[in-house]
Design a binder for this molecule. Structure first.
Ligand SMILES: *Cc1c(COP(=O)(O)O)cnc(C)c1O
Length: 384
């Protein structure tokens, strides 16, 4: 049987398509009433004090660092095992990227070793909830409070996720979500910032649109006026109502989509439990995952092929897969700055072994079965 299972497929139905069509017919395409509605629905769903919609999680992370007052020469700690965006925004501010190693079993920032990374110049820490599983936030918040650091959460993977009964988006000083095409709430390009700090939220609303004062987007509406003021240098980071309309529909089925993802993960867990060529991904008591990723880990000692070949074999069997992540220090830009793989043994260990399998809400049982069959078939064919 020839199958073809993509690595990812967004769950788009007529609801999203009709919502976008309605915005197009309304004559108001960019940030406007739909963005305000999406922010309010999102804020309610998370239970956050404030929610500010932006053009991407990268924009969200950048503005979060601006809000936190991060500047030239400040140090910000990020896990080495994350997407390029988490670190590049630190460089936008002229600050220093301090990479921390991760826990082998969860690929999350190793909170037990966070203290070692803190210097008198450290101003912030950016926990990344890898794959959707929340970091050890109690420990991270305790260290951050004790050492005077701002906590900026990269929650690009973790909508929705819970940490000890609290929603991700209500824990750190400021939290950034992604609505990129492959994320758990997908609008194409978009992001959201949540915070409990009213003054930060107000400034974020201005910073995302050229630093213009209150409700800048209304200036072309009937109730708006031509007059506006620029309070400080801002950015062009606003969301559009086209994206917000998709977001509103996606948010309505967020819990259902999360259940579907969790069911796929549970099916994989059960199928791979007995395979000694595979290493189970870590779990943590009291934390629920958004299941953005299903990270498979290869026991290289039991296999005659490496991770790259494993992915090629999956592809030949019609299964799309990916790797999360290529650690930051492996990129030319960072290695030229002197970051060395030898300083991050756990990240290296994960990088050699990780394969992200397809996981998405619309995945059919037949597709889940197809992925399982392909993985077990490869494991059997190449056992050492
Ligand atoms: C996707 C991603 C981002 C960036 O999200 P965008 O919305 O594409 O800007 C940031 N951090 C992590 C960990 C991501 O996976």
């Amino acid at each position: 049987m020839s199958i073809s299972i993509p690595f990812h497929k967004p769950h788009i139905t007529d609801a999203e398509i009709d919502a976008v069509a309605a915005v197009m017919r309304s004559g108001w395409l960019t940030m406007g009433p739909k963005t305000v509605e999406f922010e309010e629905s999102f804020r309610m769903r998370i239970g956050a004090g404030h929610a500010v919609a932006v053009s991407s999680a990268t924009a969200a992370l950048h503005l979060a660092l601006v809000s936190a007052g991060i500047g030239e020469g400040d140090e910000v700690i990020v896990p080495a095992m994350t997407f390029a965006a988490s670190a590049e925004v630190i460089r936008y501010q002229g600050a220093v990227v301090v990479m921390a190693d991760v826990e082998r079993d969860t690929h999350l920032l190793d909170a037990e070793r966070l203290d070692e990374k803190i210097t008198p110049r450290t101003r912030a820490v950016m926990p990344v909830h890898y794959g959707g599983l929340p970091c050890d936030m109690d420990r991270i918040m305790e260290i951050a409070r004790r050492r005077g650091l701002v906590v900026v959460e990269d929650a690009a993977h973790s909508l929705p996720a819970e940490y000890r009964g609290r929603q991700v988006g209500t824990i750190g000083d400021i939290t950034c979500f992604s609505f990129y095409a492959t994320k758990t709430l997908a609008v194409g390009e978009g992001g959201m910032i949540t915070t409990e700090k009213g003054d930060w939220a107000e400034r974020l609303r201005s910073l995302r649109l050229h630093g213009i004062g209150k409700d800048a987007w209304k200036r072309y509406s009937a109730e708006g006026s031509w007059a506006y003021d620029v309070l400080e240098i801002g950015y062009k980071y606003n969301m559009t109502d086209l994206s917000a309309a998709i977001g509103i529909e996606q948010l309505k089925k967020l819990d259902w989509m999360n259940e579907r993802r969790a069911a796929v993960a549970a099916a994989y867990d059960a199928a791979f439990a007995g395979a000694d060529a595979l290493i189970p991904y870590g779990r943590r008591e009291g934390r629920s995952s958004a299941w953005h990723l299903y990270p498979l880990r290869l026991n290289l000692e039991a296999l005659s092929i490496d991770r790259a070949r494993f992915i090629t074999e999956l592809k030949e069997r019609g299964v799309g897969a990916s790797v999360h992540f290529i650690p930051l220090y492996r990129f030319t830009h960072y290695s030229e700055m002197g970051y060395r793989a030898a300083d991050y043994p756990a990240s290296e260990w994960v990088f050699d072994r990780e394969v992200s399998l397809p996981i998405y809400p619309g995945m059919e049982d037949l597709e889940v079965g197809g992925v399982i069959e392909a993985v077990l078939n490869i494991v059997h064919a190449y056992r050492r």
